[in-house]
Ligand binder design. Structure first.
Ligand code: P61
Length: 890
């Protein structure tokens, strides 16, 4: 059976690295300062750095390994782990650690290559490092096989071995990044080496990519797992050299492995001279740990298939745009001489400059001067297909205007590309603007795959309630966007750098300063999450019997208002209750409804206005700026306070920027400041907009008395006044998140992901709440399953069926959530019978979304086969969390 190719990433995003997008003016300045050699640019000066060495996204297990380095000088446990990983995954018995691949080369040369002998190789890159040491590196690459262009020419090899003093054969898996080697050829070279009694050394830094080519293209190999082929490749060589910063996705490090104890003995006697001790070889304990974990993971079949699919797609994309390229194992290698025939000198450098100047993409020219390729290498797992598609477009943009690319005049030279300095002019090239996620993937978390049978069992065991599923059984988790965000490395850095205390922390001061600036509110009080702020606010503001008008309820908000003796009154516009109506401001308060309440009961009976941005229960529907202004203008003179639930205020600000022409050019940060001006304070669940996994706040614009009361309750219910029961580190992560959430590019891609998912569903006729909201898509279960009575819980059943069909977890928001009328004991049967597909921030890509949509569309096409549920166990309160169900008979 051929190996399946995943249709989405077999992982989700765990942490991100933000991308800076330098402007054209900045790029010009950076390029001039870099002497027109893009090697001299730093990552903060580029948006996408197209190099695959040491730039991969690690797994969360690898990054955790960084903290498990035991850093012993001798015999570190991390070295034991490394040896175990080599034995398990690669099959070799002995391991000599090195600081990187050049360390391996150095040891091999000093032990196996006597003076005045040469190294026959299929890799030109090896010559770059050995020729300066006066070691000849005759090429044995054929280039004749249409696929395995890295194969050794066996005839030429025999002739060489006859005529020249060749001490070892050095084959590189995927030679020079462009030329894979077949298993058959590798085996034949081994036979030739054995016949002469010399070693076959394999550089297996890209053994995974090479194994994939063997699986795909060598006859009889298609059924074998990559892990199996990798072992065979390794065992075919006498010695394996491996760069930790390539396939094992470490940042550096290397290993030299073998089954031959005598060779190993030679290496470890030499290693002390050049690298370090034989149990660390120039690596820190943590690097050995990361490398060991990388070796354990690098043959993961789904991950390999995904990475190679992405690489192939990128290459095909460029070919389809007519850009002359050579296929690479990790990207596409641009043929600079063909793209710029009018530039005879340093064409690859000129192309690199043009690419950076027009788009901010950096691709640099490696090794010795003279190569004709500009490698565009994809950092493993770090970029999405959306971003790569745009990088391809940026390259095509240069290619289309290649005639205008400026030549470079050599200012100072050298033998190596990194030494060159040029003079040039800024050619008049049309720039390319990126419009994609403004972050790279820093670490990933693998997601489980499951069979339909497994999922059927899991949902039965969970009583058809998605809240009761285990995360380990869920492939794509769209249960909530609450606390599920991927933090950035800057948030992590702030988190780790926090000095803990139970008194006032620096993190608290930064937190207060940041949110004063963000909202324009004077009093900023940290709380552990949203409901804690709601509790305190309700206790301060509500006197028993008072009304709390609001724009649709939220479960926890309403519960706290009622606990304080308040009566919630829904004054949202009528359109919010109609899932088919596409009014753009379905979160608005209906002023005439509000007026009626105030006129009927008097302003003194109103505790405050509970005003939620991007109303969750209405489908993430925004409030217009005009509505906020009008409500405030009406309430303020009457001394009725207006409190925002600003949990998704930034997403609301984006809709104002997008839908209100007066704000099209206004930055999100300024829109948010104006929104908050029309309120007296806010509660926030920080687990949403703030891009953290825990946290929240309560804020008052200027009322110091409320602050005193709130802090009193804080001490009793939550924690210290300067931490609200959070770790100071959590305050630091929130403060940093608050600066990231205001990035216009980020918030656009965040909210538009919901639009992307919605448009695929709409095109297929799937009924959803219109217009699509900020943080979620709501399926209209009434229209999806019109044949199921609401008392047989269509939305609950639909959520369960989505899980079984797709492995995606979603949430019921309908009859089950609303509960029963305590008077009559009957279900409320709310007008909205919905299923929420909620999008965590920075976690899933559009490739995940495509698969989610396809699964739901499949389900929609067989909707008549779906039936209802009845309660098997019904808890008295908030029954949606713990309730269990059984299917009704068909
Ligand atoms: C959610 F099923 N939301 O959307 P806390 N205000 C708003 C929220 O969306 C919110 C809170 C206050 C959740 C989590 C959740 O019945 C449920 O930080 C607009 O969760 O305390 C939370 O903030 C409360 C899901 C909460 C539920 C209650 O998924």
């Amino acid at each position: 059976m051929p190996i399946p190719v995943p249709s989405h990433e077999p992982h989700k995003i765990k942490t991100v690295r933000l991308v800076s997008f330098p402007t054209l003016e900045e790029r010009k300045r950076h390029l001039a300062e870099a002497h027109f050699n893009v090697f001299n640019l730093t990552p903060s000066q580029v948006n996408f750095d197209m190099t695959s060495q040491g730039t991969s996204a690690m797994s969360q297990e690898q990054i955790a390994g960084q903290l498990l380095g035991d850093e012993a000088y001798a015999g570190a446990r991390n070295f034991d782990n490394l040896c175990r990983a080599v034995r398990d995954r690669l099959g070799h018995t002995y391991v000599c650690p090195t600081h990187n691949l050049l360390g391996c080369v150095k040891l091999v040369v000093s032990t196996l290559v006597p003076a005045r002998t040469g190294v026959a190789s299929n890799a030109r890159g090896l010559a770059d490092t050995l020729t300066p040491r006066a070691i000849p590196v005759p090429s044995i690459r054929t280039g004749t096989d249409p696929i395995f262009t890295g194969n050794a020419d066996l005839g030429r090899l025999e002739a060489l071995l006859e005529s020249e003093p060749i001490s070892i054969l050095w084959l590189q898996a995927f030679a020079d990044g462009m030329h894979p080697v077949s298993l058959a050829n590798l085996q034949a070279v081994r036979v030739a080496a054995d016949r002469r009694g010399i070693r076959l050394v394999l550089d297996g830094s890209r053994v995974i990519e090479n194994a994939w080519y063997i699986q795909r293209h060598e006859s009889g190999q298609s059924d074998r797992a990559v892990s199996d082929i990798v072992r065979q490749i390794v065992k075919t060589a006498h010695v394996l050299a491996l760069d930790g910063a390539q396939d094992p996705k470490s940042t550096t490090g290397g290993i030299l492995t073998t089954d031959n104890p005598a060779d190993h003995e030679r290496f470890i006697n030499e290693v002390v001279l050049y690298e370090g001790l034989h149990t660390y070889g120039g690596m820190s304990g943590r690097t050995m740990e990361v490398l060991a974990r990388g070796l354990d993971e690098m043959c993961d079949e789904a991950e390999v298939q995904w990475v190679m699919r992405v690489t192939e797609q990128f290459t095909e994309d460029l070919r389809a745009r007519g850009v002359p390229i050579e296929r690479g194992c990790d990207g596409a290698y641009l043929e600079a001489d063909r793209i710029l025939p009018h530039i005879p000198q340093h064409a690859a450098h000129a192309l690199a400059c043009a690419l950076y100047l027009t788009s901010g993409v950096r691709a640099s020219v490696p090794g010795l001067v003279g190569g004709r390729h500009l490698p565009i290498q994809i950092p493993r797992l770090a970029m999405t297909t959306w971003q790569l598609g745009q990088v391809a477009e940026a390259i095509a943009n240069v290619h289309r205007q290649s005639g205008q690319v400026a030549p470079l005049e050599l200012q100072s030279g050298g033998r190596w590309n990194d030494q060159l300095r040029f003079r040039s002019v800024f050619a008049d090239l049309k720039p390319y603007e990126f419009d994609c996620y403004p972050f790279l993937i820093h670490t990933i978390e693998r997601i489980p795959d499951s069979s339909r049978e497994q999922r059927e069992r899991a949902i039965r065991e969970a009583g058809y309630n998605t809240f009761l599923l285990r995360s380990a059984d869920v492939t794509i988790d769209l249960l909530t966007d609450s606390g599920t965000s991927a933090m950035s490395i800057d948030q992590w850095a702030a988190y780790d750098a926090t000095r803990p205390t139970s008194a006032t922390s620096d993190a608290y001061r930064t937190f207060v300063k940041t949110f004063r600036e963000t909202y324009g509110y004077e009093h900023i009080i940290p709380v552990h999450q949203g409901r804690a702020a709601e509790h305190i606010l309700s206790q301060i503001m509500i006197r028993p019997g008072q009304m709390v008008p609001g724009n649709m309820y939220f479960t926890t908000t309403k519960a706290h208002q009622e606990l304080a003796g308040g009566v919630f009154l829904d004054v949202i516009v009528d359109q919010a209750h109609d899932p088919e109506c596409d009014f753009p401001w379905k979160g608005n308060i209906d002023l005439s409804k509000l007026r009626r309440v105030v006129e009927r009961d008097g302003a003194a009976r109103i505790a405050y206005i509970s005003f939620e941005h991007c109303v969750n229960m209405a489908g993430g529907q925004p409030v217009s700026m005009d509505n906020m202004r009008e409500v405030y203008a009406y309430c303020s003179p009457k001394r009725i306070p207006v409190f925002y639930d600003a949990t998704r205020a930034v997403e609301n600000a984006y809709f104002i920027q997008k839908r209100d022409p007066r704000y099209r050019e206004t930055h999100i940060r300024d829109i948010l400041r104006e929104m908050m001006l029309y309120g007296d304070g806010c509660t926030v669940s920080g687990k949403k907009d703030f891009l953290v996994n825990i946290g929240g706040l309560l804020a008052f614009k200027d009322n110091a008395a409320w602050r005193v009361e709130a802090e009193e309750l804080l001490r009793v219910y939550e924690g210290g006044v300067a931490d609200g029961g959070l770790a100071p580190a959590d305050l630091a992560a929130m403060a940093r998140g608050a600066t990231e959430m205001l990035d216009d590019r980020y918030i656009r891609t965040r909210v538009e992901q919901a639009g992307f998912l919605a448009s695929r569903l709409i095109d297929a006729g799937v009924p959803i709440v219109m217009p699509p909201g900020s943080h979620a898509i709501f399926l209209d279960a009434r229209r999806f399953l019109p044949h199921i009575d609401q008392d047989e819980y269509p939305a609950q059943r639909l959520a369960a069926e989505i899980y079984v069909e797709t492995g995606v977890r979603v949430m019921e928001r309908g009859n089950v959530s609303k509960g029963r009328d305590p008077e009559t004991g009957r279900n409320y049967r709310p007008s909205l019978e919905l299923v929420r597909l909620t999008l965590p921030r920075r976690v899933y890509t559009n490739d995940h979304m495509r698969v989610v949509a396809d699964g739901i569309i499949r389900l929609y096409r067989r909707r008549e086969t779906i039936h209802g549920l009845h309660f098997a166990y019904e808890p008295a309160h908030l029954r949606f969390f713990q309730g269990r169900f059984a299917p009704t008979a068909a």
